[in-house]
Each structure stands twice: as C-alpha cells, then as structure tokens.
Design a binder for this molecule. Structure first.
Ligand SMILES: [Zn+2]
Ligand SMILES: [Zn+2]
Length: 152
C-alpha cells in the first residue's frame, strides 16, 4: 500500500498521522495475519528503535479505529490483518500455525441461522477452520522417520 494511501486511511479514521502508525499499518498490509512480534520486527526495520509498548499501543488504536482486525484462534497468539469489514473466516494449520483467508459463504449464510439461538440476535459468526496447510500436508511426518533419517 502506498504511503499516501496509508496516510489517508489514518485521516479517514480521524487518527493523527504518526510515523509509528504509518509503519504498523503498512507492515500489517504487507504481511496479513502477522503476530505482534512480526509487526515489531518489521516496524523496527523501518524506523529503528521502537518500544514493544509503542507498537502494542498503535495496534490497539488501529484496531479500535477499525483499520485493523485482530484475530486470535484458540491457543494461538493474536494476529492482525488489514482486511477489515467483510467478516471473512480463517483456516488455521494445526501443525505450523499458518493462516489463510476464507471468504464467507456467499448468498445463504446458514452459519448465521443459529439452530438454537437462546434468544440472541446474531449479527456475526466467527468461524475457524482447523486443519493442515498444503506445506505441512506434503512434508514427511517426523514420527515416520527413523533415527537414521529413513522413512519408515
Ligand atoms: Zn502448516
Ligand atoms: Zn484474514
């Protein structure tokens, strides 16, 4: 995303434009589903010394402003993405933690029709598809390799 677009995104959300905010927003745009450590590394590569706390604060401000979406699959660290507002879902690899976007089922959305709603008015369904990513699916299973490195 061009710096000019990042600037107008911040302005559009009524946020003051600062270099850390530009760097964090740009990093997440370029690295969807980055975790906090990754964002800190990317921002430091661009700006030099930036404290963890400063990056946490910026991530929270951008998420509160709706410019970033925070996702946290069970048992995983929080991830951030700049694809907001479309309620897409995620596929998560149990083996390596890779995350991929999955578009919400279009048209009829049965996941929003709760079979037993307990009286709740439902406006969003958060779906996580757990499984194995293509890379892990084709990698040899480490438990199937003997001490000499031969496949059993
Ligand atoms: Zn994987
Ligand atoms: Zn996503």
């Amino acid at each position: 995303m061009a710096p000019r677009d990042l600037t107008s995104a911040l302005r559009g959300a009524s946020l003051r434009v600062t270099r850390p905010r530009l760097a964090v927003l740009g990093a997440v745009h370029d690295h969807p589903h980055a975790d906090t450590d990754t964002v800190i590394r990317l921002v430091r590569a661009e700006l030099g010394a930036v404290s963890h706390q400063a990056v946490y604060d910026v991530l929270r401000a951008l998420t509160d402003a709706g410019l970033l979406r925070r996702i946290q699959p069970a048992g995983a660290t929080a991830r951030y993405e700049a694809r907001v507002g479309d309620n897409h879902h995620h596929a998560v690899c149990r083996s390596c933690g890779a995350i991929a976007d999955v578009d919400c089922a279009v048209g009829h959305t049965p996941c929003l029709t709760v079979s037993e709603g307990h009286g709740f008015v439902v406006d969003e369904a958060e779906v996580v598809y757990w499984g194995t990513c293509p890379e892990c699916a084709t990698a040899p299973d480490p438990t199937m390799i003997d001490a000499a490195g031969r496949t059993l």
